[in-house]
Write a protein that binds this ligand. Structure first.
Ligand SMILES: [Zn+2]
Ligand SMILES: [Zn+2]
Length: 236
């Protein structure tokens, strides 16, 4: 508490420099990102797959090729925005620079999505090695805040990683799926069986991870799985 007050005090006199516009970040809640830049974070409103949420180039198709070919186990997946600009910056500050305080304003952004009725929130688990390096799972932080705002429980340690996987970055869609196969398991099935859950992650790229999570959750008896993510990344 003392530290929070001290930080607040310091911020008034020595505001942090916004990494986006280099201006002063006086808004404590979103610092070091200034309120002007933060307010510029906007939802993606272009065409997207109505099943997996993947942005589509044309709005003629309503469902993407991948979903047509291989129906996902989740009912629907939605992302707030694109993984770019200020949103990308904020997510990386949370994830790679350990700025946990950004998890709250970031989960408030999720609340702008039209969310489904769900009984519980489950985060996508981080692999052990990365959890040790990072000391926290950003998806669990987002899931906790989201659950609190919605007045429903967050279920941790139910969906777990069974093995560490290679970094997904740099792998193509097929290799990502192969890489992630059998990487998850469900413990204490009774906590989620027959329920509707929101599966939360920060960024979704090919969707290989959330597809695999949804597969094991469905197998464990979950009724409906809604994947909720902050941002949709593009394959590099
Ligand atoms: Zn700024
Ligand atoms: Zn799709």
């Amino acid at each position: 508490m003392k530290r929070i007050l001290l930080n607040r005090f310091l911020n008034i006199f020595f505001p942090e420099t916004c990494p986006v516009c280099q201006g002063p970040a006086r808004e404590h809640k979103t610092a070091p990102i200034c309120s002007g830049c933060w307010e510029g974070i906007s939802p993606y409103e272009g065409p997207s797959c109505r099943r997996c949420g993947k942005p589509l180039v044309s709005d003629v198709a309503t469902i993407c090729g991948e979903c047509l070919q291989d129906e996902p186990a989740f009912t629907k997946a939605v992302s707030f925005g694109l993984y770019e600009g200020v949103l990308k910056k904020a997510i990386s500050l949370l994830k790679f620079y350990g700025m946990k305080r950004l998890s709250k304003p970031l989960s408030d952004i999720i609340l702008q999505i039209e969310l489904p009725q769900a009984d519980a929130v489950v985060p996508v688990p981080l692999n052990e090695k990365r959890l040790r390096q990072r000391e926290f799972n950003q998806s669990a932080l987002l899931a906790k805040n989201l659950a609190e705002s919605r007045g429903i429980p967050v279920v941790l340690n139910c969906l777990v990683r069974t093995r560490d996987t290679r970094q997904q970055v740099g792998l193509n869609s097929r290799d990502r799926r192969k890489n992630i196969k059998k990487a998850f398991d469900v413990k204490q099935k009774e906590l989620i069986a027959g329920k509707n859950i929101m599966l939360v992650d920060d960024v979704v790229t090919t969707g290989a991870t959330v597809r695999e999570c949804a597969r094991v959750l469905k197998k464990a008896g979950v009724e409906n799985i809604y994947v909720i993510t902050l941002a949709h990344g593009m394959m590099e």
